[in-house]
Design a protein around this ligand. Structure first.
Ligand code: TRP
Ligand code: ZN
Length: 881
């Protein structure tokens, strides 16, 4: 493990490298403990660079065997070498030369899962962001584009399959049971996109004919015996390839496209050119083992990695500060894909819920950073919800501002202008300015300024003047190292709604530019006057969540109820009801703290029943509306002095009140939605399951609830229903015989399926209450658990620390102590996963004083541990700062 050097990397320090590497030849002789890597690099001095300039190559923990230039051994006095750097002090004076570097690696001992490692005896690589330097010395930065040829040699019985990027060009036998294959990738690429896979894997084959009529061979490789579980991923891949042609005019460019599923992986998946490597959780699925959420994630991530071929690979990033150039844009593209494949309205609500659950707390806490950061100590820690999800929202706002047509023209221009380049955010913004003729300089602040902007809005109506007025004021709260903020350009979509839910026509508008239902907020304060309005309308704000902001709206409850029934924008209608629920929960929270019994508005409870049975609404939408704001969502809206137990009690009380009042309607509907045995993972079927399982949650709170959930569990014919019932039993009927039996039955059935056991871990890790820490601690000793596998760690420890508010924030601090110990244990093997876990404490300052002090102690004890990795130190120090 590399310990922290304390070095800070700054955007303004960027300068082009002195040398280029137009060609890279790699030769691998694979062996678990002693893999030989021979890299032959064609090196060119950049024009204008002095002949005396040393060539400084990055390494990370490397063991150097040999260095030659143009076939001759380099004199020891002409180089300095350490595990982390190789410097040629006197490179040849020729403009171009060949450098050979031989290194030796031990993939078996590589538990950080960066560079070359083995997962279930399969050799695989992960090079983003800086993993290539763990394979060979290189200019390991994304603006060094090189054409790669890769030769892999291995024993045939251990590794019958040998894959790398690009197209296969040669293969053959080497005698002694060894064989080789050679791959060539004609597209120059940065080192972070290099990949190699070797092992014994099962293959699912298909093909795709591109829009210009070229045939592409598709392969998905999985653990032998699991081939039947890759069908949905293959289908999603072909749909993604077609969609990118239709929506963006982007065609695939190699003869083959391969996907490999591995079981030890730090993130979701990786877009290596022509050879995507996936966490197997995002490939393998069937009705028996995967939930509808799993199917949706597989579809989205297969699409995401495929779309990177153009946004990330053909056009890559100049440096890691530009990460959102590929990630925000590619998330936007996968969101649009899923919206087209599923229900656009429902998809948008789900996206916003994710953004609020993950990005808002980041933006509002100590780890806040701009979508394009200006400094970092460890780039691995910047693969964040801000870069990905807010980055996607920024692209969506560009489309809102310039319009659909100019947006597409801008994207076309981006591909035309920057194909084959390593680009910047400035390049990206410029194509939309050029395509639309608009000035996006104020808008660009969305990339540069951290924090969630707030819009404070009030309205008034003057019947005599037939005038409706909106007063809008923007503010951006201070964030770490940015105390003063500049005014943003915020596109606020809105609608004025009259009696019966009809849109209200208006005449002239004064006070802000308003185009196609969007108010362009640019100043601190706007007073927007709409003329020709006889009756006071209800106003629907931030429709479709047009801007990632918070709203402080002075709005009558009557209007909110009206919007929750009549808003024509699916997102805003959902939002109106969700706001009512949140307000009621916060009031109940205060009641509970004040020792009072919480009470809820009758018409709110009634509305829940009405929405559930409204046949004009999609089942998936109804399910989303009925799922109460999460405990963390409520905590965020309360803001400070958080007592998670009181929030939990408030949420339970509202759920019970809804269940009691709506019992008959819910029971009837639950019966109507009964599973008839057929299964399809499509969005409409998933929506019906989501609604039925949502109803089960309520019904399970009533007398006979445990028996109902147990029957739901027993009769389930798919994992969505089975896991939903198990979760209801474990959470709402903790300790009951029904819960104990179901957990045991599930464990027995799936003991040998690690991905399904992850669900079993997750469900138990999220059972609320003070006993949770003991449960989780005991489960770390379960035979299906492993501290070395990121999926296991995230399911058990990650879920407990980031999704179990009452359990993790136990008032005596016991869960924090367990957490510190576990994070440090994980860190010894895998610093990247440990650092991600540690972000669970980022909102510590909003806790009530007792818990706050204990959380701080926990953070300090991590900070004071010896030999901390750069990854963990960076997170902990920023969290404490
Ligand atoms: N580029 C990948 C994606 O979003 C992310 C990724 C996969 C990654 N593995 C990683 C980032 C390891 C950092 C480290 O599609
Ligand atoms: Zn990505």
């Amino acid at each position: 493990m590399r310990t922290d050097t304390g070095q800070v990397f700054k955007l303004e320090d960027y300068r082009p490298s002195d040398y280029l590497i137009p060609e890279t030849n790699l030769e691998f002789r694979l062996s678990p403990q002693a893999t030989i890597v021979i890299a032959t690099l064609t090196v060119e001095r950049r024009h204008g660079v002095a002949v005396s300039a040393p060539l400084v190559l990055d390494g990370d923990g490397l063991s150097l065997k040999r260095v030659e230039i143009d076939g001759k051994k380099v004199k020891p006095s002409d180089l300095t070498a350490s595990p982390d750097q190789l410097t040629l002090l006197k490179p040849p004076s020729a403009h171009r030369f060949h450098l050979l570097v031989e290194t030796e690696l031990a993939p078996d001992g590589n538990e950080a899962l960066m560079g070359l490692y083995r997962s279930n005896n399969v050799y695989c690589t992960q090079c983003e962001a800086e993993g290539f330097r763990r394979i060979t010395y290189f200019l390991d930065r994304p603006d060094i584009l090189s054409v790669y040829t890769v030769r892999i040699e291995a024993p045939r019985h251990e590794a019958p399959l040998l894959l790398s990027n690009g197209n296969p060009v040669d293969k053959g036998d080497l005698g002694d049971g060894w064989h080789y294959s050679v791959w060539h990738d004609p597209f120059p690429k940065p080192s972070y996109l290099f990949a190699l896979v070797a092992g014994n894997l099962g293959r699912v084959a298909d093909s795709f004919v591109t829009m210009s009529g070229r045939k592409v061979e598709l392969g998905i490789y999985v653990e032998p015996g699991k081939e039947t579980l890759a069908g949905y991923a293959m289908d999603a891949l072909k749909r993604s390839m077609r969609w990118d042609e239709e929506a963006f005019g982007r065609e695939y460019d190699l003869d083959v496209f391969n996907i490999v599923a591995v079981s030890d992986f730090n993130m979701g998946a990786m877009e290596n050119k022509g050879l995507n490597i996936f966490n197997d959780k995002y490939v393998l699925a069937d009705r028996e083992t995967a939930t509808d959420a799993d199917f949706a994630n597989i579809e989205a991530i297969i699409a995401h990695e495929y779309f990177h071929n153009w946004t990330g690979n053909r056009i890559t990033c100049r440096d890691w500060f530009q990460l959102c150039l590929k990630e925000g844009l590619t998330v936007f593209r996968d969101h649009e894909f899923s919206a087209d494949q599923r229900s656009r309205g429902v998809k948008r609500i789900a996206e916003v819920r994710t953004l609020r659950a993950h990005q808002f707390p980041e933006d509002q806490g100590p780890l806040a950073h701009p979508v394009r950061p200006r400094r970092y100590r460890e780039i691995n820690n910047f693969y964040t919800a801000t870069v990905y999800e807010k980055g996607s929202e920024v692209v969506r706002m560009i489309r809102t501002i310039v319009g659909t047509e100019a947006f597409r023209a801008g994207m076309d221009l981006y591909f035309e202008r920057h194909d084959g380049e390593a680009a910047t955010i400035e390049d990206f913004i410029k194509v939309f300015e050029d395509a639309s003729g608009r000035d996006l300089s104020q808008f660009a602040l969305w990339y540069h300024q951290a924090g969630t902007p707030n819009l404070s809005i009030s309205s008034s109506h003057n019947p005599a003047a037939r005038e409706f007025t909106l007063e809008i004021e923007q503010s951006v709260p201070p964030t770490p190292s940015e105390s003063r903020k500049r005014l943003m350009h915020i596109p606020l979509a809105f609608g004025l709604i009259g009696a019966g839910g009809k849109p209200v026509e208006y005449g002239d508008v004064d006070g802000a530019s308003v185009e196609d239902g969007v108010i362009h907020v640019r100043k601190r304060r706007h007073v927007v006057r709409f003329s020709g309005i006889a009756e006071r309308p209800a106003v629907s704000l931030n429709r479709g969540f047009s801007a990632p902001v918070t709203l402080s709206v002075e709005q009558k409850a009557d209007d909110q109820f009206f919007l929750a029934r009549h808003d024509g924008d699916a997102f805003s209608r959902w939002q109106a009801f969700n706001t009512l629920l949140t307000d009621a929960l916060i009031a109940a929270f205060r009641d509970i703290l004040g020792g009072k019994q919480p009470a809820f508005p009758e018409r709110l409870i009634e509305l829940a029943g009405t929405i559930a049975s409204d046949e004009t609404l999609e089942p998936a939408y109804r399910a989303l509306a009925l799922s109460l704001p999460g405990e963390a969502d409520i905590a965020r809206d309360i803001g400070r002095n958080i007592d998670p137990d009181a929030i939990h009690a408030a949420r339970q009380a509202l759920a019970l009140a809804i269940a009691r009042a709506c019992r008959d309607a819910f029971a009837r509907l639950y019966g109507q939605l009964v599973d008839t045995g057929g299964f399809s993972p499509d969005a409409a079927s998933a929506g019906r399951r989501a609604l039925r399982n949502g109803l089960l949650e309520y019904l399970s709170l009533l007398p006979g609830g445990a028996a109902l959930a147990a029957e739901h569990f027993r009769s389930a014919t798919n994992m969505t229903d089975r896991a939903a019932a198990l979760s209801v039993l474990a959470h709402r009927h903790h300790g009951s015989s029904e819960a104990i039996e179901a957990l045991a039955a599930f464990e027995q059935t799936y003991a040998n399926d690690p991905l399904v056991m992850d669900k079993w871990f997750l469900i138990q890790a999220s059972v609320p209450g003070p006993q949770a820490v003991d449960t989780v601690r005991a489960l770390t000793a379960h035979r299906a658990f492993s501290m070395g596998n990121p999926n296991r760690v995230r399911s058990l420890i990650g879920t407990f620390s980031s999704a179990n508010q009452t359990g993790f924030h136990r008032p005596d601090g016991e869960a924090y102590r367990f957490f510190v110990q576990t994070v440090l244990e994980v860190e010894k093997r895998n610093p990247q996963v440990a650092a991600r876990l540690a972000t669970a404490l980022r909102s510590w300052r909003s806790l009530e004083p007792g818990r706050q002090a204990k959380a701080r102690e926990a953070l300090l004890s991590i900070a004071n541990a010896e030999n901390l990795s750069a990854d963990l130190r960076d997170i902990v120090e920023r969290t404490l700062a």
